[in-house]
Ligand binder design. Structure first.
Ligand code: FES
Length: 168
């Protein structure tokens, strides 16, 4: 009888086989967890960052004439997950007697854009003849409430607003 024949006919050690199978499964699980977990964190992290205030620069205070509202354009960048988008917006800024106001540029009736009439010293909405005074109070027409304004702050003479946070 050949010694190699005897070896090939020997039954394998079942505990050794179980140990190797378990160890290989453990290694596979560890690799999957490391790669899958890292990937999940990478892709989900923007969703976990929470909502950030999106202040937008609207120009220097020094550019505003005293007592006359000025319409300013701005570009707002926002991030939704991994997508960054830009949108244009406008705001009416007023510097009056030491205070600053940023008006939402849409009428509180049905949202039409209104304009400033310097001769009448009034904001006029063309859609249904809504009229507001310089402070945004309703003078006449159907608007149900004064003009909304945006939160505003000034850093080093530059005005920033929070356009998505209009306040009544
Ligand atoms: S939308 Fe301005 S008055 Fe109606």
């Amino acid at each position: 009888m050949c010694p190699t024949d005897k070896k090939s006919n020997e039954p394998e050690n079942p505990s050794r086989r179980r140990f190797l199978a378990g160890f290989i499964s453990f290694l596979g699980g560890l690799i999957a967890l490391t790669m899958g977990g890292g990937g999940a964190v990478y892709f989900l992290s923007p969703a976990w960052r929470g909502r950030k205030e999106n202040w937008v620069e609207a120009g220097p205070v020094a550019d505003l004439p005293e007592g006359q509202p000025v319409k300013k354009e701005f570009i707002q960048r926002s991030m939704d997950g991994w997508v960054t988008s830009e949108s244009r917006g406008t705001v009416w800024l007023l510097r009056d007697k030491g205070s600053l106001t940023a008006f939402n540029p849409h009428c509180t009736h049905l949202g039409c854009p209104y304009r400033w009439d310097p001769d009448k010293n009034l904001f006029l909405c063309p859609c249904h003849n809504g009229v507001y005074d310089k402070s945004g109070r309703v003078v006449s027409g159907p608007p149900p409430r004064p003009l909304d304004h945006y939160p505003l702050r000034v850093d080093n003479g530059i005005i920033s607003i929070l356009p998505q946070e209009a306040e009544a």
